[in-house]
Ligand binder design. Structure first.
Ligand SMILES: NCc1[nH]cc(CCC(=O)O)c1CC(=O)O
Ligand SMILES: [Mg+2]
Length: 330
């Protein structure tokens, strides 16, 4: 009895042993694929666990160095820095974001001094500095685009001056990539890279991150600048525009609900594509694992290789350290 090419063709032959499966694996993860987001706060010798992100911490700068040392130890080669700004330093124009002695700038200098080979990327966005918790200057309830881009371009230069290898604008204002490239070049930072959050969706999966930085919008939502989850063609358009404006890497964010977007963007640009496996995705997996409903390590690795299969070249993920430890083990 034969059915089509069976029994001559048996897909299971290639799955008979771990060596066989590994030999035919189409995608692989390695620690250098990961970008580890890190949260820094003022103070000494302190760390605070983020309630909605079990096992993930905000560190004072001194303790952040230990954490980065551990990341380096397991083979992670790049970090993406986010700073928690005290309320009294927030205003509508993100003034503190340009302070050369600000927390972000000090963090970048300190990391580069202690770990010169670690790639340091910085979040360029106004929301942690904004009294309204928005990614731009607010006027009569509107988030101004062009005026915000001017601030963002200065912020990029300020991070570059502190020693950032790449700046990563996460604001979704129009035209900011070209403005940043021009400002960076004019200021002499022609080798400072730009990783653009090109297709960043207005997502509920950012909730735990906003807890971590106390950066939730004070009014309304971010739907007039972040993208509608219903759209994929628009993501391709945004990514292509950012590539033309000079982005060195384009990003899709969040990750798991947007694998098709990663694929579409990958097929339409030439620059590397990164994905942000965001805070809510981390929280979701951790919560299920805590309840014993999912195997945490297996679910984590499955999600991460899924990003590569979808077409991501690099992955910003809160699992960077845990996944690297596992990859080193076997
Ligand atoms: N510009 C802010 C910013 N940069 C990265 C994230 C989210 C990251 C995450 O959820 O892990 C956000 C939140 C937001 O847009 O409200
Ligand atoms: Mg855009």
């Amino acid at each position: 009895m034969t059915h089509g090419q069976f029994p001559y063709i048996r897909g299971r032959r290639l799955r008979t042993s771990s060596a066989m499966r590994e030999m035919v694996a189409e995608h692989h993860l390695k620690p250098a694929d990961f970008i580890a987001p890190v949260f820094v706060m003022e103070g000494d010798n302190s760390r605070v666990e983020i309630p909605s992100m079990p096992g993930y911490y905000r560190y004072s700068l001194d303790l952040l160095m230990d954490e980065i040392g551990e990341l380096k130890e397991v083979g992670v080669r790049s970090v993406l820095v986010f700073a928690k700004v005290p309320d009294e330093k927030k205003d509508n124009r993100g003034t503190e974001a340009l302070n050369p002695e600000g927390l972000m700038q000090r963090a970048v200098r300190t990391i580069k001094k202690q770990f010169p080979e670690m790639l340091v990327m910085t979040d360029v966005a106004m929301d942690p500095y904004s009294s309204y918790g928005h990614d731009g200057i607010v006027e009569d309830g509107e988030i101004l685009n062009d005026e915000s881009v001017e601030v963002l371009a200065k912020m990029a230069v300020s991070h570059a001056a502190a020693g950032a290898d790449m700046v990563a604008p996460s604001d979704m204002m129009d035209g900011r990539i070209a403005a940043m490239r021009e400002s960076l070049d004019e200021a002499g930072f022609k080798h400072t890279g730009l990783m653009a959050y090109s297709a960043k969706y207005a997502s509920s999966y950012y909730g735990p991150f906003r807890d971590a930085l106390d950066s939730a919008p004070g009014f309304g939502d971010k739907k007039t600048y972040q993208m509608d989850p219903a759209n994929v063609r628009e993501a391709v358009r945004e990514a292509k525009l950012d590539e033309q404006e000079g982005a060195d890497i384009v990003m899709v964010k969040p990750g798991l609900p947007y694998l098709d977007v990663i694929r579409a963007v990958r097929e339409n640009v030439s620059v590397p594509v990164s994905v942000y496996n965001v805070s809510g995705e981390y929280a979701m997996l951790k919560a299920a694992a805590e309840k014993g409903w999912l195997n945490e390590e297996q679910a984590m690795m499955e999600a991460l290789v899924g990003f590569k299969r979808a077409g991501a070249d690099l992955i910003a993920t809160y699992f960077a350290k845990a996944a690297s430890e596992l990859l080193n083990d076997y």
